[in-house]
Design a protein around this ligand. Structure first.
Ligand SMILES: [Zn+2]
Length: 431
């Protein structure tokens, strides 16, 4: 359907208001409009209202939805796919932490990490992702193994997936200031992002100051895992916002999870959201992983909450919000394939990204692209790279009811070979 020439016109393309800046035609109640899109030399030459400039040889998409390629801003492809050799014994957060730690210390050689990462990237690419940020477990000595692997992988994947990485360690690791400074330098050398996991420790404010201090010193953006718990006393999201304000930090900050916020009293929530908005933090929810780990009871009773944070309240205040894959087939989440359409479909159900859909599609494309400083990614606009996905669905109900396994992924104007890697490739790593 998509010509290999890289230059053509598509007609009857269904585009969404939230992802087509500069397209000013009327949209319907679902945010859609029909358009003609011209592609030349790997770029989008124009997007115009249907029929206004249709060529006789235009390819008729018959109203199929076309979205920009996805941006997945929170993943763990260093952990991905270890499930067969290291399952989570009980599905809990502690079970995940313990199992992953044991696997890391015994199995995460450079080759092991590289092969699993490559497998993950091939999946993400086939599903239509063009940029992806992974966290890298950076507990000694893993940082010396995984960061060089990341640098190699980023080069190997350049032009297909823009790969970013953030270091990952518990906030208590920051107490060793000399080591943490070395890590910050290593991250800066790799043009990475400084990341830590925050939870309530007595010296949290002091440790956050150290994190912000190193980020400022080395010119790094920040990426936190915060409050991945149902404990209402977990308020590290607020502490991050406060630390950002009093340190005068002006880089980008992305905070993931923030599960406990959904359990806290309204006044506490409002105070936190005021500070998060003022500090300009962006928040990413990981709906599939949260649903899996949070409120797991293991006592014969049924989970009663969804685990996700307050994305609607955040977006209403102008806080940038995204959703992302998080873990895939590891002890933190037994499933997943880095398919951002699946993430969006699940987010629609878990977080109610519907009635109205509004601009929620930005949460898997334009917004994470902004947070990751990827200029123009996650949108369809004249002059931008022709990186988009052609679906079968012509409406939200059609798009989100089937897996769309037969979607067409177009990169720089050409349809890619969408080959998902075979699980059997990993068998020899799983013994
Ligand atoms: Zn995570």
């Amino acid at each position: 359907m998509i010509p290999a020439s890289g230059s053509y016109q598509l007609t009857n393309v269904r585009v969404h208001r939230s992802l087509t800046p500069g397209f000013a035609e009327p949209f319907d109640a679902d945010g859609f409009a029909l358009a003609d899109m011209s592609v030349a030399d790997g770029k989008i030459a124009s997007i115009r209202a249907r029929g206004r400039s249709a060529q006789s040889d235009a390819i008729d998409l018959a109203g199929r939805i076309v979205l920009p390629c996805f941006v997945d801003c929170h993943t763990h492809i260093d952990k991905g796919h270890i499930w067969p050799r290291m399952p989570n014994p009980d599905g809990t957060f502690m079970g995940a932490l313990t199992a992953t730690g044991a696997d890391r210390t015994s199995r995460w050689s450079a080759e092991d990490v590289a092969r699993r990462m490559d497998f993950s990237l091939r999946s993400a690419y086939a599903h239509g992702t063009k940029a992806l940020r992974t966290h890298l477990d950076s507990v000694p000595p893993q940082e010396e193994i995984s960061w060089p692997v990341f640098e190699t992988m980023r080069e190997r994947w350049r032009g297909r997936i823009d790969l970013q990485a953030a270091c990952l360690l518990g906030i208590e690791g920051v107490r060793d200031k000399a080591w943490f400074e070395r890590l910050a330098k290593r991250v800066a050398a790799a043009k990475g992002v400084l990341g830590v996991v925050t939870y309530m420790v007595p010296d949290l404010e002091e440790l956050l100051d150290e994190v912000f201090g190193q980020a400022i010193k080395h010119g790094l953006d920040l990426d936190f895992h915060a409050d991945e718990t149902d404990d209402v006393a977990a308020i590290s999201l607020k502490k991050i916002a406060e630390a950002s304000l009093w340190n005068g930090f002006d880089g980008n900050i992305l905070v993931g999870h923030c599960c406990s916020l959904a359990r806290q009293p309204d006044l506490e929530v409002l105070d936190t959201l005021d500070k998060v908005a003022k500090a300009g933090l962006a928040v990413v929810s990981l709906p599939m992983c949260n649903l899996y780990l949070q409120d797991r009871r293991n006592n014969g009773t049924t989970p009663r909450w969804r685990g996700v944070t307050l994305l609607h309240e955040m977006k209403a205040r102008g806080i940038k919000v995204a959703v992302a894959s998080d873990n895939t087939r590891d002890p933190f989440y037994a499933y997943g394939d880095l398919d951002m359409l699946e993430v969006y479909r699940m987010a629609t159900r878990i977080l109610h990204f519907d009635h109205p859909v509004g601009d929620w599609p930005k949460a898997v494309a334009a917004t994470p692209a902004e947070v990751m400083r990827l200029d123009g990614a996650g949108t369809l606009a004249a002059g931008g790279s022709a990186d988009f996905i052609v679906f079968k669905g012509r409406s939200w109900t059609e798009l989100l009811s089937r897996p769309e396994s037969d979607r067409i992924v177009v990169r720089e104007g050409r349809a890619i070979e969408r080959q998902l890697p075979d699980y059997a490739e990993l068998d020899e790593l799983m013994v």
